[in-house]
Design a protein around this ligand. Structure first.
Ligand code: 4NP
Length: 153
């Protein structure tokens, strides 16, 4: 398996995409897969993931320790092989940032890889309750397994 670079992208890079990064790092550990996450917005640059997301993730064995970064079209499109958006709005923003339409083949939606759940996006849990964070983790665990299966049939 050749070295593969994956970037997970959400809006703030403090809830969904760092959780996707943590889940994928755990299930792909030992494999030649490099994983990072980023946000389309820059509101939270440098911050650790949201404390609620960190605590829900920790209960499932994922330690979320990344610091938020903003998606940078001048380097990330080139640097990563797969750029995986959490929802349709993130995907639209990424598509629009690819002005010359050179990197559209690298873009996908997290739930495209879902194996067992009938979902079409990873919903933003930021303004909701604890069940939203659990739902995000359920979707991410299912979709990350599917993504890994595609990379490593
Ligand atoms: P995320 O969640 O995109 O999953 O990191 C959000 C975090 C912060 C904000 C929005 C979404 N915010 O507006 O600050």
């Amino acid at each position: 398996m050749k070295n593969t670079k994956i970037l997970f992208v959400c809006l703030g890079n403090i809830c969904r995409s760092p959780a996707a990064e943590g889940v994928m790092k755990k299930i792909a550990s030992g494999l030649p897969i490099e994983i990072q996450s980023a946000g389309t917005a820059g509101y939270h640059i440098g911050e650790l993931p949201d404390t609620r997301m960190r605590s829900h993730a920790r209960k499932r064995g994922y330690d979320l320790v990344s610091h938020a970064q903003q998606f940078d079209p001048s380097k990330h499109f080139e640097q990563f092989d797969h750029i995986v958006a959490m929802d349709g709005s993130n995907l639209r923003d990424l598509k629009a940032m690819d002005r010359k339409k050179q990197y559209q083949h690298k873009l996908s939606l997290m739930t495209d890889y879902s194996l067992t759940m009938d979902v079409n996006e990873v919903p933003d849990p930021y303004y909701g309750g604890p069940e939203g964070f659990e739902h995000v983790l359920d979707i991410l665990e299912d979709s990350c397994r599917g993504l890994l299966k595609q990379l490593r049939p």
